[in-house]
Design a protein around this ligand. Sequence first.
Ligand code: SAH
Length: 292
Amino acid sequence: MEGRFVRIEVAGDSEALREQAAAEAFEAGALGVEERDGPPPVLWIYANAADAGPLLGALAQLAGLRVGAPEALPDTAWSEAWKEGLEAIVISPRLVVRPSFAPAPAGFAGAELVIEPGQAFGTGGHASTRLALEAIEGLPAAALAGARVLDVGCGTGVLSLAALALGAASATGCDVDPLATAAAREAAAANGLGKRFALYTGSLAALGPRAAGAFDVVVANLLRRELEPLLAAIARACRPGGHVILSGLLESERERVEPRLDALGARVVAVRCFSDATGDGWLSILGLRSLR
Ligand code: SAH
């Protein structure tokens, strides 16, 4: 195969299948994955030409995935192509999240978080991250000022870093993926927020009983199946009168999650919705932990 880099286009009918394909691709040595809005939505997987064989083998294991033939890319196309579509994301006049190569809009005077796109999830572009960022940004000033934040499934740490940039005192992030905590550590340092952001690789349970009521704001941007087993611990970690922000849910899952959160002592006070380009409707839920 000619060229040092290849691009492989894959299509899968569900977002879950495409996410799985992206994860498998990275596992098999892909250098980058780009989501392309459809129809139909597809992934462009970039890799060294030498890795194309194993990569195709790994993708072939996923039932229902349609995998195109590797296309050789000139070096210059690769070095720019992955930046396409990655731009500064203005969450509000107070906050922009951007990769280092994409400037904030002219005249922007708020806080700028620089998050490099890499292997960990959370550059601000995904609907669920965006909804969580908006929920953090929308917290009453008194709720965020000086807050201790817990970020469950922190990915690149974007949610914690946003909370810190907007006035929180400290954040604790955990993620089961060591690549995520490594990326978060780097992002924290790059944004000068490393001293206020504690990170560990593992799930929430590792914090143990001392987590109970220890946080003013708890954020978790997780898929429903990841979230549900953690929901009770998430609610418990939030102090009475504190806020719980859940994102990563689909609109159709609202009826199932909202009553559970309520039963755990966090009354739902706001719900945000956002439809992404593929038509999936995402949801974030803001709960206020009761004082009792
Ligand atoms: N907070 C980031 C990333 C969200 S993606 C953002 O909002 O953009 C969800 C992350 O949760 C992934 O990095 C995944 O590895 C992690 N995760 C999944 N289950 C988890 C669990 N039980 N405990 C901790 N992290 C988990």
